[in-house]
Design a protein around this ligand. Sequence first.
Ligand code: SF4
Ligand code: SF4
Length: 90
Amino acid sequence: MSLKITEECINCDVCEPECPNQAISMGETIYVIDPARCTQCVGHFDEPQCVQVCPVECIPVDPDHTETPEQLMQKYLHLQEQAQTRNRAA
Ligand code: SF4
Ligand code: SF4
């Protein structure tokens, strides 16, 4: 499952640099998570890093993007592949 940021977000900026998948960015009014890039930190960490640092606890799981641990691992591997392809092209 991807996580999502709710309207309680206070734009404190601390979660964005913590995301190992560059899944967090500033949206129109608050920060947003790209569900195509969020692995719930599977492949990188035991716990979602954004949830660990968020001071207002506004990052629940997104019921619209349900995935099994295996699917999250597949997403992680796919993102790694993409990054390697980008590095080779650079
Ligand atoms: Fe990024 Fe991990 Fe938070 Fe997903 S759970 S947005 S991968 S820090
Ligand atoms: Fe918003 Fe929480 Fe991220 Fe701060 S850490 S920008 S409050 S989601």
